[in-house]
Design a binder for this molecule. Structure first.
Ligand code: BGC
Length: 775
């Protein structure tokens, strides 16, 4: 590109790091424009002030669509494409050239604080939905940025933990969703994750960013770091990491220029990255300058439709729902007034037009029952109990409060707050027709499930969620969502519960491929609600399974009393015998809308990848595979088989646990699976590096302890709400960020991090020398 050649080396390098929190640098003399990028996955979060990284109160109003935890339950790529298009239109109207979403990380454990932003525990579902979302965004001229690449499935120590994982699990589970999203969605950009992957920072990883992403999958866009994730700029260029965000890292630019001059880094790699950035910035100019308007009302209506077509009816004993308008209904619970409709962190939207259950139906009586934070309040509880006793149908609106689920930290438990549970128990005790509407971004334990008649999972349903919920309750819409993740009975049932996050800096993916339903099915462990599950006000019947070569067809009929939609799911099971494979794997799905009495033929094409495992390459082990079709993993009504003349494969040459996984795998079994030791290396005072965080270092360094205290105190003083998820995230993002990331945000010019590190390590004289050098 001629324009890149017009830049000096220093300018080419400068183009590779942000101008501020949300732009690349412009070089008008060379006609190089800036690219504007903003979050996020379920609506536009464009901050009013471009230098600010986060400020929930100051972002441009935008439609808040349902978050991925809910929209994924639609199982409807066409709907996700519409969603992507609408968000793209809002980005375009606001002059944003690159949208930082969608997130396609796999839900490895229900406690990940950011699960609400991700689609599924299953790579096939997550990949297809992400690809559709991307196609929608890209169709508006705005680029989509797929994130967080890769293995970023926990918030605990997210900036510097090491995701240790065997190659097969990496390929089959954690990369597979990215692969589909890249190949079928063709995003303009991909964001590399904060964490390390098998000891290497994602931003440094040529294997990830070039060998797999570009060479195997054909990605031809730009790689950007997550904000502050760049480890080593020179390695980054060599790996194929093009853009370092946000700005403030002039020292890295200087080091990069020196590396080129000393022959340690090829200039062509800097130019190549600069070209990729420019290509995207050029494309973005049409929207950045054009700013075509969008139809806010239509987007609100779409948000409502997505919420209605995604909510999952978990239980509906005696067909309590839909409720007739004549029924004597009582609304209970703080979320009827303040619906929990989105999660915390960088995806937080300033909604254009937020509706509330109470506001929409002021005619229906209401009692609060307990405070919004889920604490218990005896007076409110008694009041609710009294009112519920007299009501025809009491409907409870509750779930998880804001402070529990956010980017920046994981949930502490899978339990709902005690006040909510007390309230459900009390109402169910006095009224046998109790309905619960659950508003939360991830599964919760439901010891009360058998006591109530009906449960509707509304997830985090966006600004029109209240309208959608009422549509479903009163029968204007028919529920058709299916769970995109398993809901365990209790947290301990989850295979990684004993070793996930807390206490372990590194994330050891000990369970291998047994994530979500793959584990529950293989171990025979019961769950509260299985993957793919969801009820409707109508019923469906399956028939006529035909398998011919690679084509599978069946017929599905609406046999009930209402029009409705069904998600036809196809799972493949491996050849019989002991092997390290999941008993069922989702391979295809299709959502069909059927009028009452109507039937349709559904057709799937299976390719070799549907039967393949990763063993250095994708191979299809020979044998007879099962093909199962139905409306959910536990609701498979059609069964057939396919014979594959594949390769002979030793599927049982793994430690015993992986053949018969009961309980949790041991660390030793995991090391055998990995084929190498996987010890967590714990640095100590004297050996801390720029990759360590103040939280880690304060354990044995007084300097780090004092600094942490001062920072926490200073931050607390500046906030009016120290209990908010925003504050918690900001605090964690500071104290849990490695010095390397803090240096990117603050800039070496403003503070000598080398000197600070030397002080923390107890090397006072060296620190003083470094300080005097700087001044
Ligand atoms: C998040 C990203 C987000 C970025 C910019 C990071 O902390 O992990 O998902 O896009 O900030 O807000």
């Amino acid at each position: 590109m001629e324009r890149i050649k017009k830049l000096t080396l220093e300018e080419q390098i400068a183009l590779g790091s942000g101008a501020d929190a949300w732009h690349t640098k412009a070089f008008p003399a060379a006609e190089i424009p800036a690219l504007q990028m903003n979050d996020g996955p379920h609506g536009l979060r464009k901050l009013v002030d471009d230098t600010e990284l986060a400020n929930n109160n100051k972002s441009v109003p935008a439609t808040c669509f349902p978050t991925a935890v809910l929209s994924a339950c639609s199982w409807d790529p066409a709907l996700l494409e519409e969603l992507g298009r609408a968000i793209g239109e809002e980005a375009a109207a606001n002059g944003v050239g690159l949208l930082l979403g969608p997130g396609v990380n796999i839900k490895r454990n229900p406690l990940c604080g950011r699960n609400f932003e991700y689609f599924s525990e299953d790579p096939a579902l997550a990949g297809k939905l992400a690809a559709a979302f991307i196609r929608g965004v890209e169709s508006t001229g705005v680029g989509a940025c797929l994130k967080h690449f890769a293995c970023n499935s926990q918030e605990y120590k997210r900036f510097n933990s090491d995701s240790v994982i065997d190659e097969r699990t990496l390929r089959e589970i954690y990369l597979s969703a990215f692969e589909t999203a890249v190949k079928e969605g063709r995003p303009s950009a991909i964001m590399c994750a904060y964490n390390k992957l098998n000891g290497e920072h994602c931003s440094d990883s040529k294997k990830l960013l070039t060998d797999i992403l570009r060479e195997e999958w054909g990605f031809d866009g730009m790689v950007v770091t997550d904000w502050g994730a760049m480890n080593d700029r020179v390695l980054g260029y060599q790996a194929g990491c093009d853009l370092n965000m946000p700005g403030g890292s002039a020292y890295q630019e200087k080091e990069t220029a020196e590396a080129v001059k000393e022959g340690r880094l090829e200039k062509s790699l800097v130019e190549r990255s600069a070209e990729r950035i420019l290509r995207l910035a050029d494309r973005a100019q049409a929207v950045q300058k054009g700013r075509p308007p969008y139809d806010a009302q239509a987007h609100h209506a779409l948000a409502r439709r997505i919420a209605a077509e995604s909510a999952v009816l978990l239980k509906n004993k005696d067909s309590i729902l839909p409720i007739s308008e004549k029924t004597d209904v009582l609304f209970i619970g703080p979320m009827a007034e303040q619906l929990r409709f989105q999660g915390g962190g960088s995806s937080h939207i300033n909604p254009l037009s937020l509706s509330q259950i109470r506001g929409l139906r002021p005619d229906i009586p209401f009692v609060q029952g307990c405070p919004l934070d889920g604490s218990s309040d005896k007076k409110l509880l008694q009041e609710a109990k009294k009112a519920a006793k007299k009501a025809g149908i009491p409907i409870l609106f509750l779930g998880l409060p804001d402070i529990v689920e956010s980017e920046g930290f994981d949930r502490e438990s899978m339990k709902m707050p005690v006040g909510y549970v007390e309230l459900i128990d009390a109402v169910a005790e006095v009224n046998p027709h109790t309905v619960v509407v659950l508003c939360c971004g991830s599964p919760v334990e439901m010891p009360w499930a058998d006591k109530v008649k009906t449960i509707l999972f509304a997830g985090l349903s966006g600004e029109a969620g209240a309208e959608a919920i009422l549509d479903l309750l009163f029968g204007k819409a028919n529920p058709c969502g299916k769970l995109a993740e398993s809901w365990p009975l209790r947290y301990e049932d989850c295979v990684s519960s004993g070793y996930y996050a807390a206490g372990h800096k590194d994330a050891h993916y000990r369970e291998g491929i047994y994530v979500g339903y793959r584990y529950y099915e293989k171990s025979g462990r019961e769950v509260r609600y299985p993957f793919g599950y969801g009820l409707s006000y109508t019923t469906f019947a399956y028939s006529n399974l035909k398998i011919a070569a690679d084509m599978v067809t069946c017929r599905v009929k609406n046999t009930g009393k209402a029009d409705g939609a069904e998600t036809v799911q196809l799972y493949v099971s491996p050849p019989e015998g002991r092997s390290y494979r999941a008993p069922f794997e989702l391979k295809r799905f299709q959502k069909v809308f059927l009028k009452r009495g109507e039937s349709k033929e559904v057709c799937f094409r299976l390719d070799d990848r549907c039967f393949a495992v990763w063993d250095g390459a994708w191979i299809v082990p020979e044998g007879r595979y099962g093909v199962h079709i139905g409306g959910g993993l536990k609701d498979l009504s059609l069964h057939g088989c396919v014979e594959k003349n594949g390769v002979k494969w030793k599927g049982d040459s793994v430690p015993a646990w992986y053949l018969d996984p009961k309980g949790a795998p041991t660390h030793t079994a995991f090391e055998h699976l990995l084929g190498r030791p996987a010890a967590e290396i714990r640095a100590r005072k004297g050996s801390y590096t720029m990759d360590n965080t103040l939280t880690e270092m304060k354990e044995d360094s007084l300097t780090a302890k004092l600094l942490s205290l001062l920072i926490a105190r200073g931050m607390r003083k500046k906030t009016d709400d120290g209990d908010s998820p925003e504050f918690q995230m900001a605090l964690n993002s500071t104290l849990d960020a490695p010095l390397r990331s803090l240096q990117i945000f603050i800039g070496r010019e403003n503070m000598s991090f080398d000197a600070l590190l030397a002080f923390i390590n107890g090397h006072g004289i060296e620190a003083l020398k470094l300080l005097s050098k700087q001044s």
